[in-house]
Write a protein that binds this ligand. Structure first.
Ligand SMILES: Nc1ncnc2c1ncn2[C@@H]1O[C@H](COP(=O)(O)OP(=O)(O)O)[C@@H](O)[C@H]1O
Ligand SMILES: [Mg+2]
Length: 340
């Protein structure tokens, strides 16, 4: 597409704006970050020569859709991770765009809905023969859990490490019950109780322009973790820049791993991408146990795509320009709508 042609293409960038009235008041950093992502994408897409505008999704979906109609974009970059502060409504936003017939980049509503539910995603991955840690879904804090310790207790349908803290790793019955009650009290949703995989943590970003391809593997390094802290990427480690846990979990991309493990992680990530019917981009989170066996923790079909987050870092390590990434996805989304 020539520079002249890009000027004639109107690209909207949709994101969920942080709203103090509807947001989860305790853990807000992940929500506030979406606006920053939108600004960075806006800069990249504007530099490509596209006519661009930014469109925040706040508490009125009606207002949002009216603005979409008025602006009449050729294509949207959908960065919405939640609605009314709830990640559980992320897929509904994409579904509405599908019904409105607006082409958009990123994953479709069905993939977003599947992957938000960690337990169901694990069932899909298992049915495709892909490895994921043994787990049970606990509907009540008293449910009998027949899995050996150590375990990790997570909310089943959240993202961005919400609800994941040092105490989430439990080593006995008391700790387990406390965490199950905590998830019920704070999130009011079933808890995923999963075998805690001691070992290294890797993320594999997958990019799908012509076909899904794994980008260089990234590792979250735990070498500097304070004594007694479990090696996990908790909420504090992911979002609270002044926290010792944030400083103790630096990412490294490309990861320092041997060729065999790298290929295994990359192949498995592409298979997981296909199993969850992902499109455009996604990031797959792994733990590798002491025997070197990889386990998929989750598939992120709407990962943090800002310049200082894992996906852009992996693009950089692959020598792929951030702007060119967006150009390819914009063109792909427009072709999708043409071919319908
Ligand atoms: N089964 C597990 N074994 C070891 N660590 C885990 C496990 N599940 C989660 N974690 C830790 O918790 C973090 C967040 O869990 P994850 O399942 O990726 O949820 P989220 O959607 O919040 O990113 C992971 O990055 C990892 O550090
Ligand atoms: Mg994760």
């Amino acid at each position: 597409m020539s520079a002249k042609a890009t000027r004639n293409v109107l690209v909207g960038i949709a994101f969920n704006a942080y709203d103090p009235l509807t947001a989860n008041k305790v853990e807000r950093a992940s929500e506030e970050s979406v606006e920053q992502i939108a600004k960075e994408v806006l800069t990249a897409v504007t530099e490509l020569g596209y006519a661009t505008f930014i469109i925040p999704l706040q508490k009125s979906f009606m207002h949002f859709s009216q603005r979409l109609k008025t602006l009449n974009a050729d294509v949207l970059i959908n960065l919405c991770e939640a609605f009314l502060g709830r990640p559980q409504l992320e897929a509904n936003v994409a579904a509405a765009l599908e019904l409105l017939g607006i082409p958009f980049t990123g994953n479709d509503s069905r993939t977003l809905a599947l992957c938000l539910n960690k337990f169901k995603t694990k069932a899909v991955l298992k049915s495709f023969g892909l490895p994921t840690p043994p787990a049970v879904l606990a509907d009540s804090p008293d449910q009998k859990i027949e899995l050996p310790f150590p375990l990790i207790v997570k909310p089943n349908t959240e993202d961005a490490s919400l609800g994941i803290h040092s105490d989430s790793v439990v080593r006995d019955e008391d700790g387990l019950r406390k965490q199950l009650r905590h998830i019920q009290d704070v999130f009011g949703e079933p808890a995923l109780v999963e075998a805690f995989v001691e070992g290294r943590e890797f993320n594999v970003s997958v990019m799908d322009v012509e076909k899904p391809e794994a980008l260089p593997v990234s590792e979250i390094e735990f070498a500097g973790m304070p004594e007694g802290e479990p090696n996990i990427c908790s909420y504090a480690a992911k979002w609270l820049e002044d926290d010792v846990l944030f400083r103790s979990t630096p990412p490294r991309c490309p990861a320092q791993i041997d060729d065999a493990l790298r290929s295994k992680l990359q192949e498995t990530a592409v298979k997981a991408f296909l199993a969850c019917s992902c499109r455009d981009y996604a990031r797959v989170d792994f733990r590798v146990d002491k025997k070197g066996r990889p386990f998929i923790l989750e598939v992120n079909p709407n990962p943090d795509i800002s310049l200082n987050a894992g996906y852009a870092r992996a693009l950089g390590a692959a020598g792929i320009d951030y702007k060119i990434f967006w150009k390819q996805l914009i063109e792909k989304a427009m072709n999708r709508s043409k071919s319908k």
